[in-house]
Ligand binder design. Structure first.
Ligand code: ZN
Length: 435
């Protein structure tokens, strides 16, 4: 995962253009089933429109001594994203109107874009900006904004059921590590793992430009996704080692919310929890009224929560194999929990006899009591209404244990999965067991 991040780091990504397309091609080398779709500029997507395609070859600011004081080839963040082309001489005073820096972070190049109003600009460290002398500067941005297309990648992994799990990440930020490359590299590895697994659910895995990409994607797939999606995740900012973060869906009570809260309480205790008012990525589109998919976000340190966010300081030293690996493991736990989450019921009224089935120790010893008690609790809440995650929460055991125990109890004829087995949805108040 880390090596792929290193490889993708310098590509000049934006919401459209060759940098993003090349990023998708490199991901496709690891995921040969990935389909790269192109949506033409000008296509209406709900209340929006696919913008012209932006491509950039070179950009710099040169002083009158012929030195490049800002050079796109040294860092792609040096140019305001979607800058219109320019090639002329300006005074320092005029140049200043087109420069962006952060006085409080004098060594950081900020990430600045202007997708929907045509302008040009350069970003630089405040320290270098303060060193600019009076004089004449040549500003060159060799870019094009022309009819083209918006590119996104899609991989559908069919399962036993048509019901789907959505996994979405974005590929539109330039040279940054945690808030850009961590998401696609973790999702690529998760997709490679999922490909090898027996799958109950169908997995819809998308690599899109943020916001306009999810709007475009939803405009083409909304009906199917509304019908089939049981849970979804926006995979973003998953590369550092500082913390784990859970961001709820808009209403906070979907299957994705319940599963995530439960798994993280066991797997990453002490995680940071945000409600939807703090959402900032594609969950804003997936959860919006009229779309309302059960989508949450699981992150390491969330965008906006770390000082390097949206600057050149969010570099490859901020993410690590350990950070990426931790997120990858957590996501595997979440997806396993979703796959395990069935509704069970007992095969007989009243308590089934466990002794004759070999499930009850014939000698009573205090050390056996807890395990037996938990097994009996699991049986008591296997009522055909509550899914395994709701039962796990109620009896205070991890869903992984409940899954193993339910499998044993099914083998011994004590429990049976409810036909259809689809988990309770938020509209079904039975999904939560009252304590
Ligand atoms: Zn961002």
């Amino acid at each position: 995962m880390y090596d792929l991040a290193v490889e993708l780091y310098p590509l000049p990504r934006s919401i459209t253009g060759e940098g993003t397309r090349e990023t998708l091609r490199r991901i496709r080398e690891r995921l040969p089933g990935l389909v790269i779709h192109e949506v033409p500029s000008g296509t209406e997507v709900f209340d929006w429109e696919v913008p012209p395609e932006w491509n950039i070859r070179d950009a710099y600011v040169m002083n009158d001594a012929g030195e490049k004081v800002v050079d796109f080839r040294e860092h792609t963040l040096h140019v305001v994203g979607y800058s219109v082309p320019v090639n002329r001489e300006v005074s320092l005073e005029e140049l200043q109107e087109h420069l962006y820096s952060i006085p409080e972070k004098p060594d950081a190049i900020p990430y600045v874009t202007s997708f929907y109003s045509p302008r040009w600009g350069f970003c630089m460290t405040h320290r270098e900006r303060e060193r600019l002398d009076e004089g004449t500067y040549r500003v060159v941005i060799d870019s094009t904004l022309e009819p083209g297309s918006l590119s996104y990648g899609e991989l559908i992994l069919p399962g036993e059921e048509e019901t789907e799990v959505l996994l979405s990440t974005y590929v539109c930020h330039p040279q940054m590590a945690n808030d850009q490359l961590s998401g696609p590299v973790v999702l690529t590895e998760l997709a490679r793992w999922l490909q090898e697994q027996p799958r109950r659910y169908t997995y819809r895995i998308v690599f899109i430009p943020e916001t306009i990409g999810s709007i475009t994607y939803l405009s083409r797939n909304l009906e199917t996704m509304r019908q089939n999606t049981v849970a979804g995740y926006v995979v973003s900012c998953v590369g550092d080692e500082r913390r784990y973060t859970f961001m709820e869906s808009r209403l906070g009570d979907t299957l994705a919310d319940r599963v995530t809260r439960h798994v993280m309480e066991y797997h990453t205790p002490g995680f940071t929890h945000y409600d939807f008012l703090y959402a900032g990525s594609d969950e804003r589109q997936y959860c919006s009224p009229g779309v309302d998919l059960p989508v949450v976000s699981v992150l390491r340190t969330r965008y906006r929560d770390y000082p390097e966010y949206h600057t050149s300081l969010d570099d490859l030293s901020l993410i690590s194999p350990v950070g990426l690996g931790g997120a990858y493991e957590l996501y595997r736990e979440l997806l396993r929990a979703l796959e395990w989450n069935r509704v069970y019921r007992t095969t007989v009224p009243c308590e089934p006899r466990l002794g004759p089935r070999g499930l009850y120790p014939t000698i009573h010893h205090p050390s056996h009591r807890r395990g037996i008690k938990d097994m009996i609790h699991l049986i008591q809440y296997s009522d055909g209404d509550h899914d395994l995650v709701a039962v796990a929460e109620r009896i205070g055991m991890p869903v992984s244990w409940c899954h193993e125990m339910a499998t044993v109890l099914v083998e011994h004829g004590v429990l049976e999965p409810v036909a259809g087995g689809s988990p309770a949805t938020p509209s079904d108040p039975a999904s939560t067991v009252r304590r």
